[in-house]
Design a protein around this ligand. Structure first.
Ligand code: SF4
Length: 89
């Protein structure tokens, strides 16, 4: 009798852990997809096709050669600039 009760508890907790893990995965995966797809517009980031105060995209940590950016959507110029500029480490 005791053995059946313990097995029942273990089974319950295994089931609960599986449900919790599935719920967590379901909530995290769409967020990752959303983050991967969302970039800021050029207008929102005040993007321009020329450097500003000596700062330019090819010196920025968000620059993705040859003409993409991790922050701003669409093609950018390596000599451009936007408000998210951050010096490459
Ligand atoms: S300055 Fe702006 S547009 Fe240029 S690479 Fe950096 S984040 Fe992207």
């Amino acid at each position: 009798m005791e053995r059946n009760t313990n097995e029942g508890r273990r089974s319950f907790f295994r089931g609960a852990a599986t449900i919790a893990g599935t719920a967590l995965a379901a909530s995290v995966i769409p967020l990752r997809v959303a983050n991967a797809q969302q970039k800021a517009s050029k207008k929102a980031m005040q993007y321009q096709d020329r450097p500003k105060n000596g700062q330019e995209c090819d010196q920025c940590m968000h620059f993705q050669p040859p003409k993409a950016c991790a922050v701003v959507e669409g093609d950018i110029s390596p000599k451009g600039w936007c408000a998210a500029w951050a010096k490459k480490p």
